[in-house]
Design a protein around this ligand. Structure first.
Ligand code: NAD
Length: 337
């Protein structure tokens, strides 16, 4: 049995990842360390609550004492690091917590793992030779694209907002541990995830929430910022493959190969709701779409080249956007926000 630390497992991606991972690997025990900020929700993990191979610890990744004591108690052999402050708008209002959690928190985890697993730079302790730290990052560290082209794993970093800057900072700390200590870490970059269990401040759940409440659906600027959309379970499968088969120190991109601007997304969600939860007066939810002041410095377009993950990990985004969106909307209809 191997003990794996998952940080931020009560958040959107974590709450999709943990049940998938526990189910797929009967030889793993998972400890989910989560602070339960506004974004963490244990109700999204009910399917694993009673699983004897799942443990929850409420705590902060920046707490060195706690993290070290968990290493001693559970003797982790791997880390999947998801915990972060993740909402760009909040980072623009106040970056303080982003710097603390995303940069300092990643440092605390790296350092605890290094001390637990390694004898000295370049040398792992015998029992930890295969131990690995998987750092989950974002496409936003690469900056913004014009109408053409894709970010590859070689694209130079150019983060444009405090959120992406703190993710980039944490990525660089990971890089330095690989380079300096020969630490076994890998970094993944995903595009915009969508799916069940996401906190309703991100685009798709907020559209659903506002529509069902018959309140204005806020769309930044003219709604023409383009994002690539990946179904959350496809990202979870990418994390899994990277953790097991990725090369030390490498970066892997995971995108859904499905670019849409925000307005297109809003139209599609509204059209689905018109079908699945029609308004009694038969008008369309689209009439609730309201344009609001754009995010300052908003990136125009993100798109990821994913050939590296496809060729070297055998990964492929499997969920078509249409079915993924349908599953998502249906989940929110069942689990009223
Ligand atoms: N959602 C996306 O589209 C997306 C895309 C690419 C990368 N990512 C990255 O994936 C990771 C997970 O994203 P998400 O969408 O699930 O985020 P989320 O905001 O839904 O969840 C974050 C989780 O981390 C926890 N957390 C926050 N601060 C903590 C701290 N100091 N100590 C312990 N736990 C803490 C929260 O309680 C929450 O459960 C993040 O690192 C994010 O940058 C997300």
């Amino acid at each position: 049995m191997k003990n794996i630390l998952v940080t931020g497992g009560a958040g959107f991606i974590g709450a999709n990842f943990i049940p998938y991972f526990l189910n797929k690997y009967p030889e793993y025990e998972i400890v989910n360390l989560d602070k339960l900020t506004y974004a963490g929700n244990l109700n999204n993990l009910t399917e694993v609550h009673s699983n004897p191979r799942y443990h929850f610890v409420q705590g902060d990744i920046t707490n060195r004492e706690l993290v070290s004591s968990l290493f001693r108690q559970f003797d982790f052999q791997g880390i999947i690091h998801l915990a972060a402050e993740s909402h760009v708008d909040r980072s623009i209002q106040d970056p303080t917590l982003f710097i603390k959690t995303n940069i300092e928190g990643t440092f605390v985890l790296l350092e605890a793992a290094r001390l637990h697993w390694m004898q000295k730079p370049g040398e792992y302790k015998q029992d930890y030779i295969e131990s690995r730290f998987l750092h989950v990052s974002t496409d936003e560290v690469y900056g913004s694209l014009g109408p053409a082209g894709f970010f590859t794993e070689e694209t130079p970093y150019a983060p444009n907002n405090p959120y992406s800057a703190t993710k980039a900072g944490s990525d660089l700390l990971v890089r330095s541990y690989v380079h300096t200590y020969g630490f076994n870490a890998i970094t993944t970059h995903a595009s915009n995830n969508y799916g069940p269990k996401q906190y309703p401040e991100k685009l798709i759940p907020i559209i659903i929430q506002r529509a069902l409440a018959q309140q204005p659906i806020p769309i930044h600027g003219k709604g023409n910022a383009v994002r690539d959309w990946i179904y959350v379970l496809d990202h979870c499968k990418g994390i899994d493959l990277t953790f097991h088969y990725g090369q030390i120190g490498e970066h892997y991109n995971f995108g859904g190969n499905h670019e849409q601007n925000n307005l297109q997304i809003a139209y599609q969600v509204c059209a689905l709701l018109d079908k699945l939860a029609p308004l009694s007066n038969r008008s369309s939810y689209q009439s609730l779409i309201t344009f609001v002041t754009d995010r300052p410095g908003n990136d125009q377009r993100y798109a990821l080249a994913t050939q590296k993950a496809e060729k070297t990990l055998g990964w492929k985004a499997e969920e078509p956007f249409e079915t993924g969106l349908q599953k998502t909307v249906q989940w929110y209809l069942k689990n009223k926000l």
